[in-house]
Design a protein around this ligand. Structure first.
Ligand code: 2IP
Ligand code: CA
Length: 350
């Protein structure tokens, strides 16, 4: 199989995911469901208390369905953050999945959505809408090399930065990095090599990249060993991205290196900032990211000559296995593009 076939499929499915994410924010009916508070004491035996989780699960199942139908050999090797089983107060369970046609998917969603036919139909129509590569705001993939599907596994984060997705306030730092808000939301898809554990094919879709005329439009980034969607690298930004929950001692040490430290939301977004050159690195000393947060963007960084390494053992790349293993990135992460930047970080944190 050609790697480009898989890459094209992942780009298109990331756009379908982004379309669902945009629909849930921009359609009034779905948006009301998205921001409603959980009602744990309610007598109604509903399956979904938390619509955001349904949106997440549905997007993950959409990726599984589309990629699995096109590449059946990958079907059992697609892993993600979400579990697709929902239960209600009567002890009934239901598996949310994308069915073979729009009507069947709508019927299933209607049960999960407590008979909300309007929401079920809106979602099913978007999930089954055909999307083409030309619909995606990205560079067309070129070049090629062969991969063996049996050797690949896939990690998905259907909506990274869910807190910003629900109620983030748009804030952009002077350097252009988004501190919070919808720009920090990303759909992350990465394929890794089961033999080496290293990511090979990465897609990062930013559904809410630009806002104009009351409408959000997205951007999609990709990388494979033979190329990426990125233009030539801009000059170093002398900036390091950190989480707002990063240890104060760590940010103080990093500041002493002369780099500017910028807090931003979203693990995927912070790695994207390194990919696009808004930041030179992302440093995280805590165990607060997971395989789905890093697999896709790490593949792009590796294609650009950088990597995501374990913060407590910087000689080691972050690696991947299937969902039976530990999905936490223990020891934290450092994402970088230029080896010199990693050296600077290692020296200052030592
Ligand atoms: C989260 C999300 C958070 C991030 C955390 C991720 O994923 O990206 O924003 O924390 O590490 O696991 P922070 O923003 O402090 O970096 P999700 O939103 O999918 O739970
Ligand atoms: Ca995440």
């Amino acid at each position: 199989m050609s790697e480009m076939d898989l890459l094209q499929e992942l780009i298109v499915v990331s756009e379908k995911a982004a379309n669902v994410a945009r629909l849930c924010r921009q359609n009034d009916h779905l948006f009301q469901l998205l921001i409603q508070k959980k009602r744990p004491d309610e007598a109604n035996p509903r399956f979904v208390d938390d619509f955001k989780t349904l949106a997440d699960v549905l997007i993950q199942q959409l990726v599984k369905h589309d990629v699995g139908s096109r590449f059946p050999k990958l079907r059992d090797s697609i892993f993600g953050e979400e579990n697709n089983i929902f239960s209600n107060k009567l002890g009934e369970t239901i598996a949310v999945e994308v069915r073979n046609n729009q009507q069947e998917t709508a019927d299933l969603l209607q049960v999960v959505l407590n008979e909300d036919a309007q929401a079920a139909e809106l979602l099913a129509a978007e999930v089954h809408r055909e999307v083409f590569l030309d619909d995606v705001n990205t560079k067309r993939p070129t070049g090629d090399f062969r991969v063996c599907l049996e050797d690949l596994g896939i990690w998905i984060d259907p909506i990274d930065s869910t807190a910003e997705y629900i109620n983030g306030i748009e804030e952009v730092a002077a350097c252009g990095i988004s501190v919070s808000g919808l720009k920090c939301v990303t759909v992350l898809i990465g394929a890794y090599d089961k033999k080496t554990g290293l990511p090979l094919v990465g897609v990062v879709n930013q559904p809410f990249a630009n806002y104009s005329e009351n409408k959000w439009t997205g951007l999609c980034f990709w990388g494979v060993p033979s190329g990426t969607s990125l233009p030539p690298a801009p000059p170093p930004s002398r900036t390091i991205c950190v989480s707002s929950s990063e240890n104060r001692d760590v940010t103080l040490k990093l500041e002493r290196t002369g780099y500017k430290i910028v807090e931003a939301s979203g693990a995927g977004y912070k790695i994207l900032a390194v990919i696009t050159g808004l930041a030179d690195a992302y440093v995280l000393t805590r165990d607060s990211t997971f395989k789905w947060d890093t697999c896709g963007p790490q593949a792009i960084l590796r294609a650009l000559g950088g990597d995501v390494v374990v913060c407590s053992r910087v000689g080691e790349s972050v690696t991947y296995g299937d969902s039976r293993g530990d999905s936490c990135n223990r020891g934290g992460v450092v994402a970088y593009k230029e080896p010199k930047v990693l050296e600077d970080i290692v020296k200052c944190l030592a």
